[in-house]
Design a protein around this ligand. Structure first.
Ligand code: AMP
Length: 362
């Protein structure tokens, strides 16, 4: 399937990623139709059409699928049952969603593809958690298997932790206990895989998180060239095993150990927050490359054009939007969200620089 300009791209999910995909699609001459269960989605403001309906609304999904030439998603928790009936029209396909929606399945898949993952155990009760914590050396993180993002559904565990309280805190759902990785840095590989299997990978940034939420991504990042290429090769192996078409990401812990320098944390079957810097410091942004891939077009060059730091504007950080307009090298991106809530991603700033070292934010 190769789309021609003027074709309609359907996007499942209406958040900021859908909004930035829709903008990139419009720049290439496509029309975008958003499908989203929430009222007033940020992506709707920049799309030609929007369907607001539940994922379970089969008639609405069928009408949406009939109205578009290809379907993609911007959100990994789209129910697989909603995607499967769309058949070959969906890029990337449902397998990537299925794997990414369950942390246990995801770790098994990544390990099968040759990626080192943190030691972990499958748990479903306080007793399981206690046993896993002991087996993993007493420092670990309890994570729900499903529906966790931005640090939600996670509890840190230390030796002698109140495992019953931890299980209650995550809602008493199936989970994993994962050994705490004493990492030196965090990074990620964001790459596009074309419909022909070709790969275009971006530079791996240094990613800084606070309270489980990404705060900043800086390129160049922490990896020496050889290790960055290895991370790209491993990510490409995962993409190939998934038969993936589009942009995906693997998040890595950088350990500083020679034997296992990289440990895969998780994968994202979509454009990724740690790739937002590509909008202003790469020849082709991750959003454009996702659209090119799903359109069956050749991928664009991922060449980095400058040093850059992407700073997320979280909650009331975005109230300071005016200050970023005057800052040298700063490019402001706001998502048009009406309600500011703590922890909500409201926008980001890409600070692009050539030889100037300045830092923004806390
Ligand atoms: P996640 O939602 O699994 O990506 O976790 C969010 C953030 O929590 C990660 O980016 C890390 O900063 C931290 N984190 C998650 N898992 C671990 C781990 N096993 N060891 C150390 N830090 C972790």
């Amino acid at each position: 399937m190769i789309l021609t300009p003027g074709a309609t791209i359907g996007v499942l999910g209406g958040g900021q990623l859908g909004r930035m995909l829709a903008t990139a699609a419009a720049e290439l001459g496509f029309t975008v139709h958003i499908f989203c269960p929430d009222a007033d989605p940020p992506a709707a403001a920049v799309a030609a059409a929007t369907t607001i309906a539940a994922w379970e609304d089969e008639a609405a999904l069928a009408a949406f699928a009939a109205a578009v030439d290809v379907v993609t998603y911007e959100f990994e928790n789209v129910p697989v049952a909603a995607v499967r009936p769309l058949g070959d029209k969906v890029r990337p396909g449902p397998l990537a969603l299925e794997v990414a929606q369950d942390r246990l399945a995801e770790k098994a898949f990544l390990a099968e593809c040759g990626l080192p993952v943190a030691p972990h155990r499958d748990v479903a009760s306080p007793g399981d958690i206690a046993a896993a914590l002991e087996a993993l050396g007493g420092h670990a993180i309890l994570k729900t298997r499903r529906m966790g993002y931005d640090g939600k559904g996670q509890v840190r565990l230390t030796p002698g932790a109140d495992v019953a309280a931890a299980f209650t805190a995550i809602g008493e759902v199936p989970a994993i206990v994962e050994a705490l990785v004493p990492f030196q840095a965090e990074t990620s590989t964001v790459l596009a895989r074309g419909a022909d299997g070709g790969i275009a990978a971006y530079a791996a940034p240094a990613n800084e998180h606070a309270e489980g939420i990404l705060r900043r991504s800086t390129v160049p990042g922490p990896l020496a060239a050889g290790l960055e290429a290895e991370a790209q090769r491993l990510t490409a192996d995962v993409a190939a095993a998934l038969g993936y078409v589009g942009v995906m990401a693997i998040e890595w812990f950088v350990t500083g150990e020679t034997a296992r320098p990289l440990i895969a944390n998780e994968m994202a079957p979509r454009v990724h927050n740690t790739g937002h810097w590509t909008q202003d410091a790469a020849l082709t942004s991750q959003f454009e490359n996702h659209i090119r891939a799903i359109a069956g077009w050749p991928l664009g060059a991922t060449t980095r054009t400058a040093d850059a730091t992407m700073v997320n504007l979280i909650g009331h950080d975005a109230d300071d939007w005016r200050a970023h307009l005057d800052m040298e090298g700063a490019k402001l991106h706001l998502y048009g969200k009406r309600d500011t809530r703590p922890g909500r991603k409201m926008g980001h700033v890409n600070v692009v620089r050539r030889g100037v070292d300045f830092r923004l934010g806390g």
